[in-house]
Design a protein around this ligand. Structure first.
Ligand code: G3H
Ligand code: 13P
Ligand code: NA
Ligand code: ZN
Length: 308
């Protein structure tokens, strides 16, 4: 059934996390849903502004309605990923279908982030929709921030407490060293677990969210490069670090890049090994299966939400 993330996070807190997977088309959605069915796992389907534009929101909503029918026993939350304005959040809430929205004011000065986030919360809560805010900035290696300055972008625990109190958000995305995309670290991967522990201690039982949580699995990067692609120097968050974070207050783990890599690696392999094929089902089918296997692996071995 269609649910909010509130109950999911209450049940998961400190023990496991819910996977939030970005959905852009039917094959990705079906891969994620088949995995959730086989693992008997709750799941968050998240739609970005880019996804709304690419697929048209109405197509995604109708596809997800079909998924709800196809998987009646699975708790499914439908979430707006990285809402960047009140108007976008309002438009999504007004569909009456989304059960959760993110307002990402992380690029704004603190007071403006508080104001914008509170505005969204005040609109969302009376309509039964929960809100994820973000405090701190995610910076990848391509962002040219020197090592000594990286800490300044991470989430401050005092500010996090003040932000949650003043906005009344339902969950908070924090910056502890992850970043979006396939190029997260130069050299050794490192997350600031002391910072996570401090934030979680200051906000007891409050659900925290980890963006930029793809692991950039070498098997997919290697396959992409083997079959004519060019993804060099890619590095993600090791899966044991994600696993650790799920026991420390991280209740939602956002994964998009790993889906993209699995899909692309699989399609490249089909094209390379079967150049005579031109039926889209012959490469989108295997790509959907690769997504399913990847999501099953995340649920079972990394997030711990299988059977929940
Ligand atoms: O955080 C970004 C997500 O991976 C969504 O990406 O905005 O290209 O759809 P997108
Ligand atoms: P990745 O790029 O690591 O998959 O992160 C996705 C994300 O945070 C979506 O909001
Ligand atoms: Na999000
Ligand atoms: Zn994100």
């Amino acid at each position: 059934p269609l649910v909010s993330s509130k109950g999911m996070f209450e049940k998961a807190y400190g023990k496991y996390a819910i996977g939030a997977f970005n959905v852009n088309n039917m094959e990705i959605l079906q891969g994620v849903i088949e995995a959730a069915k086989e693992e008997r796992a709750p799941v968050i389907l998240q739609i970005s502004a880019g996804a709304r534009k690419y697929a048209k929101q109405v197509y995604l909503i109708k596809l997800i309605q079909a998924a709800l029918e196809d998987a009646p026993d699975i708790p499914i939350c439908v979430h707006l990923d990285h809402g960047d304005s009140f108007e976008l959040c309002k438009a999504v809430i007004d569909t009456g279908f989304f059960t959760s929205v993110m307002i990402d004011g992380s690029h704004l000065p603190f007071e403006e982030n508080v104001k914008l986030t509170k505005q969204v919360v005040d609109y969302a809560h009376p309509r039964g929709v929960v809100v994820e805010g973000e405090l701190g900035r995610l910076v990848g290696i391509e962002e040219h921030v020197v090592v000594s300055e990286r800490e300044a972008f991470m989430t401050d625990s005092d500010k996090a407490v003040e932000f949650v109190e003043r906005t009344n958000v339902d969950s908070l995305a924090i910056a502890i060293g992850t970043s979006h995309g396939a190029y997260k670290f130069k050299g050794e991967a490192k997350l600031d677990f002391d910072r996570l522990r401090e934030i979680a201690n200051r906000l007891p039982n409050f659900p925290l969210v980890l963006h930029g949580a793809s692991s950039v699995l070498p098997e997919f990067v290697e396959k992409i490069n083997k079959y004519g692609g060019k993804v060099e120097g890619a590095q993600g968050v090791p899966e044991d670090m994600i696993r650790k974070a799920t026991t420390m207050g991280i209740c939602k783990v956002n994964i998009d890049t790993d889906l993209r890599l699995a899909m692309t690696a699989t399609i490249r392999e089909v094209f390379a090994l079967h150049p005579e094929e031109f039926d889209p089902r012959k490469y989108l089918g295997p790509a959907r299966e690769a997504i399913k296997q990847l999501v099953k692996h995340k649920m079972r071995n990394v997030l711990g939400c299988s059977g929940q």
